[in-house]
Design a protein around this ligand. Sequence first.
Ligand SMILES: *Cc1c(COP(=O)(O)O)cnc(C)c1O
Length: 424
Amino acid sequence: MELRDLPSVDELVRDVDDPLAVDAARLVLSRAREEIRAGVDPGDLATRLTRELEAARRPSLRRVLNATGVIVHTNLGRAPLAPEALARVQDAARGYSNLELDLEEGERGSRQDHLAALLRRLTGAESALVVNNNAAAVLLALAALAEGREVVVSRGELLEIGDGFRIPEVLARSGALLVEVGTTNRTRAADYERAIGPETALVLRVHQSNFRVVGFTELPRLAEVAAVAHRHELPLVDDLGSGALGDVPGEPSARESLAAGADLVCFSGDKLLGGPQAGIVAGRADLVERLRRHPLQRAVRVDKLSLAALEGTLQLHLEAPARIPVLRMLGENASVVRARAERLAALTGGTVEETVARVGGGALPLAELPSFACALDESLAAPLRVGEPPVIGIVRDGKLLLDCRTLADDELDEVALAVAASRG
Ligand SMILES: *Cc1c(COP(=O)(O)O)cnc(C)c1O
């Protein structure tokens, strides 16, 4: 085909009854012109117009199949929800809800009441507050408890989470003043002791979530830092990052941290908890109440869909934690993952390869989870990514690895169909 053979926009859309057709046709023709100039045949333009119109109507935010082996993958939306949690979302969102209505008394209630008892049971805390995410939880805690005053933090914990969330900057935004203690690799309880003065409002611990300092290192145990803070009648706030509600080896749980002396803990809803995006603050009732009354609380409040999903997820933590996808993927035996990889390899004509999956989400950065992948030709990576549904794997040594730790059994047929479609 040559440039002069291309139809006009009007000609291309003549039989197409679609309000988006003209814009789509312009796009198709401009791409076709470029291809012809580059010596490539643009193919059937009517088919391309149909595809373009389909693409224009496809939602931008879509489900993808995660075959990266990274369980809490921030770019892929972090934690997938359990069906039970999703059912709560559907139910709360379909119609009206008692979000802020006390049904017993017929009076105004608080959206925080729905999860209070569950969070108390799961963490042992006196009280809890749910906000939009953990970054907001930390910001709110600092603003409510330390605005205009000093916050003591170890230099080894002044970290950046990713996407520009840096502890020193969050501290500055909250209106608190940072007082650094210790060094990058070593901080002792006595360092905290020396830094505390009349202007100190609280001691902050930040879990070294996404990195590790190795070698000549020292950090006091939480209980030692708590003892120092309490000797000066100061609260200790522990930003756990991911946090865990149950037993995840190597990751501190909210309950352990509170039991060791933290007065408040802050953690994410969509990391190892396996729920929706949310930030949870749990601990001493008087401190939680100060957060609840702070004007920022209204700006960072959690929405009803997240609350519904969180309630469903927390209920599962109590009753059936293995039904939470993140915990299932984390705890699954390697032989089960291998069997899944074998099935996928049989369906796609790939081979089974041993690999290593990761927790992700800034939790347990060094943990290597034994895993198995279905290996395919590297050239399939791009078509699978732009297919429907998109399948995201990792490319290594000239091969595309589809890690089966982060795929569910009922997703294998879909992956196989996507692979077949990508081979054209
Ligand atoms: C992830 C993380 C945060 C931020 O949590 P979000 O829920 O993503 O806002 C804060 N602190 C630590 C230590 C983290 O690991």
